[in-house]
Write a protein that binds this ligand. Sequence first.
Ligand SMILES: [Zn+2]
Length: 444
Amino acid sequence: MLDSEEIRIKTRPSRNLFYLTVVLALVLSFWAFRNYVEADANQTRISARPVPAAPFIDPTWLDKKPMMRTSETASLGKGGTLAELLTNNGIDIITADRALDALKTMLNPRTLREGQELRLFYEWDVNASEETASFAGFDLIPAPTKRIIVRKLKDGSFQAVSASRPLTEKHFLIDTEITSSLYQSARNAGMAPSQVIELIRMYSFTVDFQREIREGDRLEVLYTRLFDPDGKQAATGKILYTGLTIKGKRQAYWHYKTRDEDKTYYLDENGNSISRLLMKTPLDGARLSSRYGLRKHPILGFTRLHRGVDFAARRGTPVFAAGDGVISALGVEGNHGKRIRINHENNYKTLYAHLNGYARGLKTGSPVTQGQVIGYVGATGLATGPHLHYEITYDDRTVNPLTIEMPILTKLEEEEKVEFDRVRQNLTRLAQDLAAGLDPLESQ
Ligand SMILES: [Zn+2]
């Protein structure tokens, strides 16, 4: 297990071992490089591939004669210390202290939480019986990408090393009909909550989540998750492709990292970014009341008499600044109750009314950035229930947020279109493979 993990050491190896290690490093770098080149030649730019492991093993461990070894797992109890854990497992206090001093060069033991597992190692001479086993150290995984090993050396002292654990990226595809809400449908299809929220944020530029999503609309998402060497999920990954079909019209976006800027965007097939000057849904779309079964108060769209749109959500739901700008008014204003007005570029202005309160520190004149929380949903002013009343004006005329074409913020440079098209085709092929039940890991 150790040889597949990168180990950082703090001691200086002897000369012969140093050369041996250098040779080993070269061989393994070549191996890693060859794998990398092969992967590129296959054009599997976006396929599952563990980060190549670098090759160091502490030489002071290699000169130990072969020993029999066993391990047992113990976990940190509530309010317990590592010293207690070790002594409770029969390790004398002096040895335990030495081992923990070594650990402290790598990690503050106080950052460990209840339930943290430790593997305790015991070893004995091959010619002796197991009864002669003695404590040989322990290891722990304080974070999915990191293992710390505390090992007893020949002279009886302890040394800690840190090994990085390469994560493997795996791809997942969902293709589902929206039944209740986009959030619930994506969750039911297996997406993690944080990724669904990210997805909703992406579409909040172009979709009104209160009015536009209907039963029967369709959602496709190609996304990744990261797994540690034990096969346990370590993190959610990226959304690589998404297609949302509303009333038969598909809005598809691909994840793309530009070559020079090192920035990532979600681009449509023409290279236009998903982001817009203003958001269509300027609050957490995952927390909107379902449009089905709204009884308590009418949710109004844009009409001649109602010159904005209403979003019904629970009191306290965060409200976002729809775009970058400056707050031009913040306070109580008649029927609007507590409200915020923001001036944006290009003569756009927005209004957020019936707020329960404002985000701390904001006042008239404060600059805000797109997506920043500015206040919370409430029912102040003339409101029959908690909701956000959202208005957009352009050149001082109110406009319908549902039908207005918002300026696109970013467009891919023409020279980079070729590269983007290649990435887009790769992602599309990957999605097709997954849809056909092929595992891209095995198809390599
Ligand atoms: Zn309203």
